[in-house]
Write a new protein. Structure first.
Length: 224
């Protein structure tokens, strides 16, 4: 890729990323309004997985066009046996942080919390888990892996980059309510710091997926 095309791509790249992964989803939420995710609707899964394949393919294309960087720079690294300890550390740190922030915030912002999803039945749990794996990969590759590479490219301070990425991440979860959004801001910051430390996309995505699935599983068991 010659220098002129590369410079044009460097300008266009973050604009496209913002449109695809922030502006379009955010506007869609505003238009649709609050709606409960139905984890028992097979059509929901079909639509989501089609969207996931398209978005993930788009991210892979963006990475390949970043000629100065390899897939390893975006966290695509092997996991060895000893790395699984990080999955455990991250998972429990997310659980603890969620409990802590929601507990504290409920004192200052009391509200009736309505679930933003329907509880999946037993037959759908496995499909829900696969969905959360894909959610983990999409969110981690954009808001942690890509964000860190992008901010480093322009020598943006680590904590400024953390704030920008985490704020966008939290805004996309506004439909879950103010307490959840604030909590997700801190969860996003924690994930960003973990990624900054280990630089492994797979570990973050798996930990994120387990954390999301754990919340669904608790809700599933509590309804039985």
């Amino acid at each position: 890729m010659n220098k002129g095309i590369q410079n044009f791509f460097n300008i266009l790249e973050p604009i496209i990323i913002l449109i695809v992964f922030f502006i379009y989803p955010f506007i869609s939420q505003i238009k649709i309004g609050y709606s409960v995710v139905d984890f028992n609707d097979i059509n929901f899964y079909i639509k989501y997985f089609i969207g996931f394949i398209l978005r993930f393919s788009f991210v892979i294309l963006i990475i390949k066009l970043n000629s100065k960087y390899s897939f390893k720079d975006f966290g695509f690294k092997k996991i060895n046996f000893y790395d699984f300890k990080y999955i455990i550390y991250i998972f429990f740190s997310l659980i603890f942080a969620t409990f802590l922030f929601k507990f504290v915030l409920n004192f200052f912002i009391p509200q009736n919390i309505e679930p933003s999803f329907s509880c999946p039945n037993k037959k759908m749990l496995w499909l829900t888990f696969i969905l959360f794996i894909s959610v983990g990969y999409i969110e981690e590759i954009i808001f942690r892996a890509y964000a860190l590479v992008f901010f480093n490219k322009f020598n943006i301070n680590k904590y400024i980059g953390l704030f920008i990425s985490t704020t966008i991440f939290a805004i996309l979860h506004l439909y879950q309510g103010i307490i959840a959004t604030i909590t997700i801001f801190f969860i996003g910051a924690l994930l960003y710091l973990w990624y900054y430390k280990i630089r492994n996309l797979h570990i973050l995505a798996i930990s994120h997926a387990l954390f999301n699935f754990f919340q669904i599983l608790v809700y599933f068991l509590s309804t039985k």
